[in-house]
Ligand binder design. Structure first.
Ligand code: ADP
Ligand code: MG
Length: 262
């Protein structure tokens, strides 16, 4: 399986009125890597991600996918070729699971879609019997799986996810996170996942890119971040799960005299 494409942000900027949502971002994402994009709310994560599939057009700068500028093809063709998963997945409520998964294939004129739909259901661990259900007859986790299947059905190699599991309970979220990492590996994708959860980022990603105020404030591997590198913004985020782990460890050690809530 070929790895997903390399991605380059070349001096990408985007403002909304007076707000500089993304400022002069220069960033290369290696082919086949899994990158977590983290940072405070409003730091520009979603805007930067959307410049890749041009749901947001940069004011200046551009994005290169496998060495080709993304603005050299029509936006609709670009979007169809890039998997995109977001929090409130936006399944079409009046369409069955199978039709939702097959929509990208249908839009590009593929007549025989059933084999690919069955393959995608299996890929994301959904019972084939769910194919004819409507989205409102699924659990939240099942809906996100359908969203992932829909994003991957056209086989683009590039997967963008914007807080994909934010609305799920912690157990389902953890399970889906691991499965996404596994899928990423098996399919050889290039994956960018926006999350505000540094623990999730550290556990799933090859690299963690930290945004602050529309700029890249850090770009390091989980190992580097856990060793204290990556810059002060990154370390402030790493401190949260680390401190939680420390408190839990103390609570489970009866000799520590720790009673919790400290
Ligand atoms: P994040 O995903 O990190 O929370 P966003 O990229 O959504 O950040 O937003 C970055 C900044 O741009 C914020 O100040 C936000 O309010 C602003 N912004 C984002 N989208 C729009 C929009 N469509 N119109 C106006 N301002 C926006
Ligand atoms: Mg966002």
């Amino acid at each position: 399986m070929l790895p997903g494409p390399e991605l380059r942000f070349v001096n990408v900027s985007r403002s909304y009125g007076m707000i500089a949502a993304v400022s002069d971002v220069r960033l290369t994402i290696a082919a086949g890597s899994f990158v977590a994009l983290v940072g405070a709310s409003g730091s520009g994560k979603s805007t930067l991600l959307k410049t890749v599939n041009r749901l947001v057009a940069p004011d200046s700068g551009h994005v290169e996918i496998a060495g080709l500028r993304s603005d050299t093809q029509p936006d609709h063709a670009l979007r169809r070729a890039i998997g995109y998963v977001f929090q409130n997945i936006g399944l079409f409520p009046h369409m069955s699971v199978a039709d939702n998964i097959g929509i990208g294939l249908k839009l590009r004129g593929q007549a025989d879609r059933s084999a690919r739909i069955a393959e995608m259901l299996a890929l994301v661990g959904l019972d084939p019997a769910l194919a004819e259900r409507m989205p409102d007859a699924l659990s939240g986790g099942q809906r996100q799986r359908v969203g992932v299947a829909r994003a991957l059905a056209p086989a683009s190699g590039l997967l963008l996810m914007d807080e994909p599991f934010g609305a799920l309970d912690p157990i389902t979220r953890d399970e889906l996170g691991r499965e996404m990492r596994d899928l990423h590996q098996r399919l050889g994708l290039t994956t960018i996942m926006v999350t505000h959860d540094m623990a999730e980022a550290l556990l799933l990603a090859d690299r963690v890119v930290v945004m602050a105020g529309g700029r890249i404030a850090g770009n390091a591997t989980p190992t580097e971040l856990l060793a204290g590198a990556g810059g002060s913004e990154a370390q402030a985020l790493v401190a949260v799960p680390r401190e939680q782990a420390r408190r839990l460890a103390m609570m489970s050690n009866p000799d520590s005299g720790y009673s919790g809530h400290g």
